[in-house]
Design a protein around this ligand. Structure first.
Ligand code: GRF
Length: 198
């Protein structure tokens, strides 16, 4: 089934790019209707523009209160008849009103094997630094549904990789990023095929 997807980004957007490429190659049947970012300089917005996908910068701090922000974000999603919201390197918090309106329709990609190295303050390279500091022998990536917590929703997919002796945090981030790209597309494909339930 083809889904109308909204991808929310805050940074480089390589996960977004993996979704775009999967749609273009026919691996995914869905359509990226809009890319939304809370960071006007996010390269993910550039990636969207290059593919003629609508891109929107919207940030809570530009509104007089959170209710106005939430109302606008909900309108953006509803007006585009979004079926699935994908958080792909999105560093903002999704308002409770949106989480409940889109229950079981928001997924996130996290660069560790949840429940390790996740939750508040665990994002970006910090996740990998903590994994190396702890001395774990494997790490990986997780896709999960978004609920009212941080990285606490039902897990959809996980893929592990071994950490080789001497790997730096930067090298590990690159290795995990490749896994993220793979399981994010697989997770969306499973949702398209109704193979995932929350
Ligand atoms: C990545 O480290 C990823 O783990 C996390 O956000 C970071 C940026 O990803 N989800 P992207 O290149 O912006 O997709």
């Amino acid at each position: 089934m083809s889904l109308n997807i909204a991808v929310m980004v805050s940074g480089g957007g390589t996960n977004l790019q993996s979704i775009i490429d999967a749609v273009k190659s026919g691996v995914l049947k869905s359509k990226v209707k809009v890319v939304i970012s809370n960071n006007k300089n996010a390269y993910g917005l550039i990636r969207a523009k290059k593919e003629n996908i609508e891109s929107i910068h919207i940030s809570k701090k530009d509104f007089k209160n959170s209710a106005e922000y939430e109302k606008e974000l909900l309108k953006i999603l509803k007006d585009r008849e979004i079926d699935l919201i994908v958080l792909a390197g999105y560093l903002g918090i999704i308002p409770e009103s949106i989480v409940s309106e889109f229950k079981d329709k928001i997924i996130n990609i996290h660069p560790s094997l949840i429940p390790s190295f996740c939750g508040k303050d665990f994002y970006g390279i910090k996740v990998h630094e903590k994994a190396l500091e702890r001395g774990v022998k494997i790490t990986g990536a997780t896709t999960h549904f978004v609920d009212s917590g941080i990285d606490t929703g039902k897990i959809i997919k996980q893929k592990a990789i071994e950490i080789k002796e001497g790997t730096t945090a930067k090298e590990l981030q690159e290795q995990v990023l490749e896994v993220e790209h793979k399981i994010l597309v697989e997770s969306i494909k499973n949702i398209e095929q109704n193979k995932v339930n929350n």
